[in-house]
Ligand binder design. Structure first.
Ligand SMILES: [Zn+2]
Ligand SMILES: [Zn+2]
Length: 184
């Protein structure tokens, strides 16, 4: 992004900061429920498009621009990495972003104040996507699936197939038991 970026004023994530522009020290509380755009997700979990994200920010006018700090609360849904069951979790995500005034010498990926507006979409995505679990679990102690038949072990922790020895290990098994009997 560069300072000549244009903002899509139709996006609910683009907000006016008119009263903060060039008034260092000025503060504004911003609280709004905004529908999630598409693509706020990682491989197995994500925030459903259109589902509400609670935005609770403090917008502060500083000399180089406008600083946004606060939290986003959102529900993410997806698939358990162990049992493939449903994952559904509410979580808070921290957001902090400094929007520079045009003309400010800022880093390559810096965001700017454009026509008295700022776009909360990019930092919202960063805040949420970087925190989403890559190995989500339906619950902390999910037992996963039976490696033999794929049965969901959460449904019956006692599930088993009796003594089953992989033929590739059978030889080793008998060797080990001989070894054990020699010692006794
Ligand atoms: Zn699970
Ligand atoms: Zn099984």
């Amino acid at each position: 992004m560069n300072e000549h970026q244009t903002l899509d004023l139709r996006s609910p994530w683009v907000i006016s900061i008119h009263e903060l522009v060039r008034r260092p020290g000025e503060l504004k509380e911003f609280r709004r429920e905004i529908p999630a755009p598409a693509g706020v997700s990682v491989e197995l979990v994500g925030v459903l498009e259109g589902s509400p994200i609670d935005v609770d920010l403090r917008l502060e006018s500083v000399s180089e621009g406008v600083l946004a700090t606060g939290t986003l609360s959102a529900e993410f849904v997806g698939e358990c990495s162990r049992c493939l069951g449903a994952v559904r979790e509410d979580r808070d995500f921290d957001l902090q972003e400094l929007y520079y005034y045009p003309g400010h010498d800022a880093e390559e990926d810096a965001l700017f104040v454009v026509d008295e507006h700022i776009d909360l979409d990019p930092p919202m995505r960063d805040a949420i996507v970087l925190e989403l679990p890559f190995s989500p679990l339906c619950r902390e102690d999910c037992l996963g699936l039976c490696p033999v038949c794929g049965f969901n072990l959460n449904d019956d922790p006692d599930h088993d197939h009796g003594e089953q020895i992989d033929p590739r290990w059978a030889g080793l098994q008998s060797f080990q038991s001989e070894d054990a009997s020699e010692k006794s």
